[in-house]
Design a protein around this ligand. Structure first.
Ligand code: GN1
Ligand code: MG
Length: 355
């Protein structure tokens, strides 16, 4: 793909691309991301997965709307983080649509940035949670209706469980036998679905990031302060409980999302406490009582739901998330279900931090 980029894509994003170095960047599961460096600077180039993002214009328009809003806040001294903003094509567009050969867009690269995949200290957890909280707070006065739903029903547990049921019924790769116990575990969570329906019916829909993984917050590598919130691909209307939940899911375990060392996968209480402190410290002024009470539910739902999505994809033959070896999605699912069980088993102790 790198040769293709050099020959067909780079010229649309800059003039001096002959000497550009192109290398893969990050470890997203959906889009392909590259760092392009040339003598005069650098940028981040992405090939958007249009099977997943079927209306990619909505994605780039949303990102542009958000970065414009936050840029105005920076000007007014009200937003303390750096921005990732669109880098326009030579033609002045937000993206380059090459049809069969891909939908491309570029954003600025932030020097001195560093991402982490596993949180190592409570301090880092608090810094990152505070940054995600500051991001949401700063978007709370942007009209949510201005953003398009890039993936409708994205965080919708009943829908995700239905997709799992379909995959189970088809069992198109004959993989059900090896994971029936996980399917049974998911199907036994009916109480959670009832609780969820009641809560969601009364929650405000706000602009949410919707993918608050630890590696979507960049640290400043010089002092490990927060630098920027990145990956605005799924930033759209939603419930804050899921942003909280995705932080719990990706900050709290000492293991990566696809680790097979299940005996080490668990929720670290001090990290959970640090997330609550950082996130609530920023957002408490705008959270309704119910929103605050929903956060625990969001944590449970998010761990379970991503597990359901990985398991579904495993049964479907790995058609959604990129995998690096056979069985990868099942490993991810087992990891996330283990984390979910750890969360449930510590419920009493953990909920105290949300009071
Ligand atoms: C996907 O590609 P990435 O890593 O930004 C997924 C998220 C999942 C995540 C699991 C559009 O995000 O919802 O939480 O993988 N994004 C989409 O790591 O499905
Ligand atoms: Mg993402």
């Amino acid at each position: 793909m790198i040769d293709f980029i050099r020959q067909n894509v780079l010229s649309h994003f800059g003039e001096q691309m002959e000497n550009a170095k192109v290398s893969p960047l990050g470890n997203g599961h959906i889009n392909h991301t590259f760092l392009v460096r040339w003598p005069a600077g650098e940028l981040v180039l992405q090939k958007i997965n249009t099977q997943v993002f079927t209306t990619p214009d909505a994605l780039v328009n949303n990102a542009e709307r958000i970065s414009r809003h936050l840029a105005a806040k920076i000007q007014a001294g009200q937003y303390q983080l750096h921005l990732v903003s669109p880098e326009l094509t030579q033609e002045g567009a937000l993206s380059l649509d090459l049809g069969e050969q891909g939908y491309w867009r570029a954003i600025n690269y932030l020097p001195n940035s560093r991402s982490v995949d596993v949180v190592s200290t409570e301090c880092h957890a608090e810094i990152a949670a505070k940054a995600f909280g500051h991001f949401s707070y700063s978007l709370s006065d942007l009209n949510a209706e201005l953003l398009e739903d890039v993936i409708p029903h994205f965080h919708h547990l009943p829908g995700r469980i239905e997709q799992l049921s379909d995959a189970v019924a088809k069992d198109c790769k004959a993989r059900l036998k090896e994971c029936q116990h996980w399917v049974d575990m998911v199907m036994a969570q009916t109480e959670l679905l009832q609780e969820l329906a009641e809560v969601e019916a009364n929650l405000p829909r706000r602009i949410c990031h919707n993918d608050t993984k630890i590696n979507n917050m960049l640290f400043d590598k010089r002092d490990m302060s927060s630098l920027a919130i990145i990956d605005l691909d799924t930033c759209m209307k939603g419930y804050l409980m899921y942003d909280f939940g995705d932080m719990v899911r990706t900050f709290c375990s000492p293991e990566e999302e696809d680790s097979t060392a299940l005996d080490k996968v668990m929720v670290r209480e001090p990290i959970f406490a640090a997330i609550c402190k950082g996130y609530l410290g920023e957002l408490a002024p705008i959270l309704s009582d119910l929103e605050r009470r929903s956060l625990w539910l969001g944590a449970k739902v998010m761990c379970l739901m991503i597990g359901v999505r990985f398991l579904t994809d495993h049964l479907n033959g790995d058609v959604y998330f990129q995998i690096h070896h056979q069985g990868h999605n099942l490993e991810r699912a087992a990891n996330q279900f283990t984390l979910y069980q750890s969360l449930l088993s510590q419920q009493e102790a953990l909920r105290r931090y949300l009071n």
